[in-house]
Design a protein around this ligand. Structure first.
Ligand code: SF4
Ligand code: SF4
Length: 380
């Protein structure tokens, strides 16, 4: 019998298995005195949670808090402006990944830049940029790189290819960020931010793709130093339900550990070849501003000094603005990304702000929490 793609994931979406985990979780949760706030760091998990209505299947004592796990949502407006300004240069083709197109900066989105004549192209894989560079030798090709640990190796592979093939018209604006630092920041900053929503993070569901590359070892610090359990979870609803069950069991049994639910893809060490490729070209920035969260030390990457001749931020230093830009007054993306508010608490959610006319980035990206609430919360 021929194996179809859906055969690979069907079992992980099986309603019976989801319901079985729901009743196991309910039984275990009865043993808990206090509710648990579980932050899923990754936007992919937020979508699974909303798409399959998992909050409705879980007891009230289990509360999902949505985290900053979308690379587009956390990009501050000033860096979106960088993309816009670079795209508007006469001899430039700006290349980036799909979700960037509609994110509004202070000057407009890349879609607006395109409407004004800019040559902006979107690729599924960074390596597709090689062909664009070879086909357009008279142009400067600027790759606007975004993403967590997941996509960084692909940017590194693109740099590697450009150098090895002697491609001279390809440059990079690097916006790669790293997950553990923002998780630490969210815990450390918790007491400062007074808010309407429950302020605690009791446990984390760890990202899937990020962990495939970086390995589960990047979360060891959370149970050890922060007393927060972490379960690295797969993307399917059965994965997420099993991860919640594993976390609840830890609380019931008074354990605080790092566990991997997504064993079919994640190891402790991760993908060593990909990590080496990242280390060859990148080093940590001292500080990087995350939208709505602020400056976080060592939470992003930049090109190493020896590759600065490829760095569009340095080459175009004189025309790229440095000032910080405020978000729209009504937009509470910042609180959502910090996990202290939910999208439906925003006064313009689903009215002024919707995917066709997004006010903030959480409504733009396919991984954004506001987009997930809009799409799966009965507002389509
Ligand atoms: S890239 Fe994958 S792991 Fe990272 S936030 Fe997006 S969905 Fe989650
Ligand atoms: S609904 Fe729109 S305006 Fe409100 S927080 Fe989300 S993105 Fe921002």
């Amino acid at each position: 019998m021929e194996l179809k793609l859906k055969d690979l994931y069907d079992g992980f979406r099986d309603p019976k298995a989801i319901k079985s985990f729901a009743s196991l979780i309910e039984k275990e949760t009865e043993k808990l005195d206090t509710p648990i706030n579980i932050m899923e760091v990754c936007g992919g998990h937020t979508h699974t949670i909303m798409k399959y209505g998992l909050p409705q299947l879980l007891p009230e004592k289990i509360n999902f808090i949505h985290g900053p796990g979308c690379p587009v949502c956390i990009m501050p407006k000033e860096r979106i402006d960088h993309a816009y300004i670079l795209a508007m240069q006469e001899d430039v083709i700006l290349v980036t990944l799909g979700d960037m197109i509609k994110v509004p900066g202070s000057k407009g989105s890349l879609q607006n830049a395109r409407a004004k004549g800019a040559d902006v192209r979107f690729v599924y894989s960074p390596l597709d940029t090689v062909k664009i560079a070879l086909d357009n030798p008279d142009k400067k090709i600027l790759f606007f790189a975004i993403g967590f640990e997941t996509t960084t190796p692909m940017t590194a592979a693109l740099i590697d290819t450009a150098i090895k093939r002697g491609i001279k018209n390809l440059f990079f604006h690097i916006n790669h960020v790293t997950v553990p630092e923002v998780m630490k920041e969210l815990i450390d900053s918790r007491d400062i931010h007074v808010n309407s929503y429950d302020n605690r993070i009791d446990a984390f569901i760890g990202p899937a793709h990020v962990s495939v590359i970086a390995g589960s070892k990047i979360y060891e610090v959370f149970p050890e130093r922060y007393n927060k359990p972490v379960v690295v979870s797969g993307f399917e609803p059965v994965d997420v339900m099993e991860s919640v069950y594993m976390l609840v069991r830890q609380f019931v049994q008074n354990r605080c550990e790092l566990e991997i639910q997504y064993k079919r893809s994640v190891t402790k060490e991760g993908n060593i070849a990909a990590q080496k490729m990242i280390d060859r070209y990148f080093e940590k920035r001292e500080l990087f501003k995350w939208r709505g969260i602020g400056n976080i030390p060592k939470s992003a990457l930049k090109l190493k000094e020896e590759f600065s001749y490829l760095d569009a931020e340095k080459i175009y230093e004189d025309i790229l603005p440095k000032d910080e830009i405020e978000d729209h007054k009504l937009c509470i993306c910042g609180d959502i990304l910090r996990g202290i508010a939910k999208p439906n608490e925003c006064s313009v959610f689903g009215t002024v702000c919707k995917p066709s006319s997004p006010l903030g980035s959480c409504m733009v990206s396919s991984e954004g929490a506001c987009a997930a609430y809009y799409k799966y919360g009965g507002l389509i």
